[in-house]
Design a protein around this ligand. Structure first.
Ligand code: EPU
Length: 302
């Protein structure tokens, strides 16, 4: 979707929004899949409610992009504009055991910044690619750690009220790859409370997690991490692997030959290829195990 009206472009400038016409989402996502649309980069959180009111009044649909590491986006010209927050600097502010972190901050870099100040707990999250905002929304987790455990409050744009609000952790439920935030809520900033731990000890934990990840996941291929959630008590990766589907392809979308729950873009895969692969693998797992796998990746199909 293209914004060309001089009046709307002027209103965007007034809200300190940077307008990048015709951005390629393939360049902004770890799967390297996605069509084109205008990208609106938000420099000041306080202007977000007014920006969303403006888009609504003008009948312009939007989606929010975080780090682009857990989304599968449709091909071609997209019928919505893409919004993205930019980070103020510094994006991580530490006071004692409290860490204020901006939604646009990189998750891995946040873990190491905190480690250098002797704040640990999040070692398991070190190799999870993406932004803090995405990690909060999905309750990102790995190797026994979930970010939700450390969240004390979240500043969020509430779709229900159209305002920015601060929500305490007691009012948020963090579940496996799911939170109680509404789909249209936007994470802005969070306060984490992290346990004190010597830097060397945190570093040792980080090394162990990095090693485990390197040995089991296709880190140098284009993916969005695990494509399906694990069913209760089960493992999507083990089930898909057990069906001999490593290396199975639809076009250039391929089940990784390292980890069967990672679907990779092995060339110039389209969204249609990836959706075709998801559909086929899901139906084979259903036929073999009677289990309907639920997507972990967020799909924006036009
Ligand atoms: N397995 C296979 N074949 C495979 C992959 C896995 O047999 O191709 C087996 C493994 O041997 C193991 C079991 O399946 O016995 C579980 O595998 P793994 O330890 O790799 O963990 P996972 O359940 O597949 C989860 C998360 C990952 C996270 C790892 C490490 C989900 C959907 N996935 O994977 O998160 O990195 O644990 O904690 O919860 C993500 O969210 O995108 C993601 C990659």
């Amino acid at each position: 979707m293209r914004i060309e009206s001089p009046r709307i472009l002027a209103a965007l400038r007034d809200l300190a929004v940077e307008h990048r016409p015709g951005a390629s989402l393939a360049e902004l996502t770890s799967l390297a899949i996605g069509g084109t649309t205008d990208l609106l980069r938000i420099r000041e959180h306080r202007h977000l409610p007014a920006l969303i009111r403006l888009l609504r009044t003008e009948g312009i649909e939007h989606r929010f992009l975080g780090g682009g590491t857990n989304v599968l986006i449709a091909d071609g010209e997209l019928p919505w504009v893409m919004l993205q927050l930019t980070s103020p600097q510094p994006d991580v502010v530490i006071e004692g055991n409290s860490v204020w972190v901006d939604a646009a901050a990189d998750l891995g870099r946040t873990v190491t910044t905190c480690a250098r100040r002797n704040l640990g707990g999040m070692e398991g999250l070190i190799g999870v690619p993406g932004s803090i905002g995405g990690a909060l929304r999905m309750n990102a987790g790995a190797y026994g750690t979930e970010i939700g455990k450390y969240v004390r409050e979240v500043e969020v744009y509430r779709a229900a009220t159209g305002e920015n609000e601060t929500v305490r952790d007691s009012a948020i439920s963090f579940e496996y790859r799911h939170t109680s935030f509404a789909p249209a809520d936007v994470m802005l900033r969070a306060r984490l409370e992290l346990p004190s731990k010597p830097y060397e000890e945190i570093l040792a934990g980080i090394r162990v997690c990095n090693e485990k990840r390197r040995s089991s996941q296709p880190l140098n291929q284009k993916s969005a991490g695990c494509i399906f959630k694990n069913p209760p008590g089960g493992s999507a990766g083990r089930m898909i692997d057990g069906l001999g589907l490593k290396g199975f392809r639809v076009g250039d979308a391929m089940v990784s030959d390292r980890h069967a729950n990672f679907f990779v873009n092995a060339g110039r895969a389209s969204c249609a290829d990836m959706l075709g692969l998801i559909r086929e693998v899901r139906s084979r797992v259903r036929a073999a195990h009677g289990c309907d796998l639920e997507e972990e990746v967020i799909v924006w199909n036009a």
